[in-house]
Write a protein that binds this ligand. Structure first.
Ligand code: CA
Ligand code: CA
Length: 298
């Protein structure tokens, strides 16, 4: 199985980055990833002046997928996520939704014990490893901190082992990169970091041609969901709702009024994160709905 080392980590997604590995459609690849601080924080007593602040949120890649052309879909099956034996969090004045209340910075190392993050003497939290950054090269070079239609820093907690992600292909080879693993994260990610971890992600990539899907699209457990990132939560909520409705009407074949009613009944509108440069929402629906209409995701 091919492995891409974390030496190949960049802080932008770009069609100009030379690919560091090639895969055929259907191949399985392992991405070794750094944590969002570039593995630079190893102690709670760290002196921030020694940190390379511009090496922020690195993603490993890009992987060139043979046969992927603009207009195609890249299907990424997350076969496994392995994380290290400790994670790190940092809160800082001015950063995130609580930046106004913190007067000083604080670093916290969270050791892993028996599948749990040791938060402090009172609390242990079950790990639920997820991928923060997973994206293809967009047409314009984009920092790995930014989520958008190419994927990127979506911080969607449903992108876990067993999930499948569909992304639009903008450039030949798709140029897939992955990074920013979290051992635990809640919807919102309110202090801009989760339990940040280095690790390894095993994915199977497949090129899908001549299909229309609202993207980014995720299939996880018994749900499928559309993701949208916009400048405000209002815009992101509006966009993701319209994307899901359009899919139900134009691809699945539902009546327009019934599709709207169904989204009010079963469409779970959720917040992925409110701290990256754009806000990310998702709308979740049970996969059983697609089965009832005889529709299958590719
Ligand atoms: Ca992130
Ligand atoms: Ca992160």
């Amino acid at each position: 199985m091919k492995r891409i080392s974390a030496e190949h980590a960049t802080c932008t997604l770009s069609k100009n980055h030379p690919s560091v590995a090639r895969a055929v459609s259907g191949e399985t690849i392992v991405f070794q990833t750094l944590d969002c601080y570039g593995n630079q924080i190893r102690s709670e007593a760290i002196d921030f002046t020694g940190i390379q602040g511009d090496f922020n949120n690195p993603a490993t890649g890009p992987l060139f997928v043979e046969g992927a052309m603009p207009g195609d879909i890249l299907k990424i099956s997350v076969l496994d996520i392995q994380v290290a034996d400790q994670g790190v969090m940092v809160v800082r004045p001015g950063a995130g939704a609580l930046g106004d209340v913190f007067q000083s910075s604080r670093v916290k190392i969270l050791p892993v014990k028996d599948g749990h993050a040791v938060f402090n003497d009172h609390l242990r939290i079950p790990l639920n490893p997820m991928i923060g950054v997973i994206g293809v090269a967009p047409l314009q070079e984009t920092p790995t901190t930014v989520p958008h239609v190419h994927g990127g820093n979506m911080d969607c907690k449903r992108i876990v082992k067993g999930a499948t992600l569909y992304l639009p292909v903008f450039v030949e080879g798709a140029l897939l990169s992955i990074g920013d693993l979290h051992g635990v994260m809640a919807d919102g990610e309110v202090v801009i970091c989760a339990m940040e971890m280095e690790g390894e992600v095993t994915v199977k990539v497949k090129v899908i041609k001549e299909r229309k899907l609202p993207m980014p699209l995720v299939m996880a457990a018994d749900d499928f969901m559309v993701i949208a990132s916009k400048e405000t939560l209002d815009e992101a909520a509006h966009t993701v709702t319209h994307a899901m409705h359009g899919f139900l009407v134009h691809e699945v074949g539902m009546d327009t009024h019934e599709a709207g009613m169904l989204l009010s009944l079963l469409g779970e509108l959720k917040i992925c994160q409110i701290v990256d440069p754009l806000m990310t929402t998702r709308m979740e629906l049970p996969l059983a709905i697609l089965e009832s209409y005889g529709y299958r995701l590719p």
